[in-house]
Design a protein around this ligand. Structure first.
Ligand code: NAD
Length: 498
């Protein structure tokens, strides 16, 4: 059978150019299931020209028209949620329920963008001086690009393009080359919803495509989500080329458990947040910080739950955790488990021995749990991005918060406690962008903005919510004077308010 080719989406149609391609695996079987076109600089230029041309009329489209298309797109994404989710499972590996959840969270951003009539409103001050009014308007930037990671192939792009397009921009998406198909399906649905050709384009590929996007003079802004070293590179290169850039990076999320917490609840939360999506979430909990006696109670409860977790093909109804995305990533995560053992941490649950029946070539790793992890170990310092949960023990709350605040990453954090005062003190003192109180994965809803601090974000504005609208528009302040028929004559002085 001929290998399936995943094309780009440019100017409203599928666009196959396969001078360069990449392999797309099914992580559950380990087989190559398709080849994805990798854009050359010339293909990126074609996408930019298409977007540029489209942006020239889209920027003048009425708010009513933009909203109508967004509402129609929202309906189509909801109708095809199962189909999108299946693509996610086939290429990323996450289990069906998790994939459906991803589509749902993306839909919430589309729904937020449907409110653009209110979101893009400017301000107005009448009579700032006699007969003078000042108002601000929010205008689109033109062509903007989004570069996205493998772990949320539908949701993370949806953090960007519905809002960018609702604001009147044309958008070019460069999704992860590891799970590229959801982007094409969504582009198709947007076209079906009535979006004019060129307003939303998808170019697939690697660094070659990204570098051309970063330097292209007709691109005004770049949103990026991915690992910290690449986020920093995108921010530095994009801003050097005069672009507005928001680049969200990696994470090392801690969950502090105080001794007064409900331990059963904390254990359930830690398992869900540590092993959901095989730990391939930027908001996954990877470090459990047990304060005082908390870890002694927590570790046996975690071990009990791990033993019951069902790992398998994400398409199988019984699976709770799927495979990792690629063999290279599996090897990297296994390497961290080996390193943890070598560095002296206690391996309480060893997922390296797992075999999934009927799937000998799949990129599976069972849930791993370390205890007695110390801050100088690689498994503490690095983002592992796999099903590896580590427990570290501290004597006091102050030690716990110092540990979190010393970490270079600052995406998400959680505290589990029954003490409202301790929780309030924590939310005030912790230096992290997204905070959960008895909530292990505190992802804000679409109408708040998502983003970390420190090495988890390069740039000023977070993603979606009101920050998203700010990022994809620039404000213009207009001062206008419509005098009554009396004319006051020439005045060379600096205007004074009167
Ligand atoms: P990645 O940084 O390897 O890739 C992200 C994107 O950058 C992809 O589209 C990829 O093609 C491109 N890219 C990769 N190497 C590049 C290079 N050298 N030059 C230019 N472009 C390059 O990230 P990933 O492995 O796909 O995703 C996992 C990472 O994303 C994790 O670190 C995770 O924490 C992070 N992430 C962060 C958030 C957040 O909101 N902060 C959300 C999701 C994922």
């Amino acid at each position: 059978m001929a290998t399936k080719i995943i094309p780009h989406w440019i100017d409203g149609v599928a666009y196959e150019r396969s001078e360069r391609t990449g392999d797309v695996f099914n992580p559950a079987t380990g087989e190559v299931q398709a080849k994805v076109c990798f854009a050359t600089p010339a293909v990126v230029d074609e996408a930019v020209e298409s977007a540029w041309k489209a942006s020239q009329s889209w920027r003048h489209s009425s708010i009513a028209k933009r909203m109508k298309i967004l509402f129609a797109f929202r309906e189509l994404v909801a109708k095809h949620a199962g189909e999108i989710a299946k693509l996610l499972t086939l290429e990323h590996g996450k289990v069906t329920g998790d994939a459906m959840g991803e589509v749902q969270r993306g839909l919430e951003v589309i729904e937020f963008a449907c409110g653009i009539a209110d979101l893009q409103k400017g301000e107005f001050s009448e009579n700032v001086s006699t007969e003078v009014d000042t108002y601000s308007i929010r205008q689109p930037l033109g062509v903007v690009a989004g570069i996205t990671p493998f772990n949320f192939p539908a949701m993370v792009p949806m953090w960007m393009y519905p809002i960018a397009i609702a604001c009147g921009n044309a958008f070019i998406l460069k999704p992860s080359e590891r799970d590229p198909s959801a982007a094409n399906l969504c582009a198709q649905l947007f076209a079906e919803a009535g979006l004019p050709p060129g307003v939303f384009n998808v170019v697939h590929g690697d660094k070659v495509a990204v570098d051309r996007l970063l330097e292209h003079p007709k691109i005004s802004a770049v949103s990026f989500v991915g690992s910290t070293p690449i986020a920093q590179y995108i921010y530095e290169t994009g801003t050097k080329h005069g672009k507005r850039v928001q680049a969200l990076g990696g994470a090392k999320n801690h969950m502090i458990v105080l001794p007064d917490a409900d331990m059963e609840w904390a254990a359930d939360a830690a398992i869900s947040a540590g092993y959901g999506s095989a730990g391939e979430r930027c908001m996954a909990i990877s470090m459990l910080v047990g304060v005082g006696a908390a870890a002694d109670k927590l570790v046996p409860l975690l071990k009990e739950r791990i033993a019951k977790l069902k790992v398998g093909d994400g398409l199988d109804a019984g699976s709770e955790m799927g495979p990792l995305v690629t063999k290279a990533h599996l090897d990297k995560v296994r390497g961290y488990v080996d390193a943890g053992v070598k560095e002296g941490a206690t391996l309480v649950a060893d997922g390296r021995t797992l075999a999934v029946s009927g799937r000998p070539g799949g990129f599976f790793l069972g849930p791993c749990l370390f205890d007695n992890v110390k801050p100088n170990m690689a498994i503490y310092k690095d983002e592992i991005f796999g099903p590896v949960l580590s427990v570290t023990r501290v004597a006091t709350y102050d030690e716990a918060i110092a540990l979190v605040n010393k970490n270079p990453y600052a995406n998400g954090v959680a505290i589990f406690t029954n003490d409202g005062g301790a929780a309030r003190k924590f939310q005030h003192e912790v230096e992290v962008g997204m905070v959960g109180i008895n909530v292990p994965i505190p992802v804000p809803m679409a109408y708040y903005s998502f983003g970390g601090w420190k090495a988890s974000l390069f740039g000023d504005l977070h993603i979606h919510g009101r920050d998203g609208v700010k990022f994809y528009t620039r404000t213009k302040a207009v001062t206008s004077r419509w005098p009554d028929p009396r004319h006051r004559g020439v005045d060379l002085g600096f205007p004074q308010m009167s």
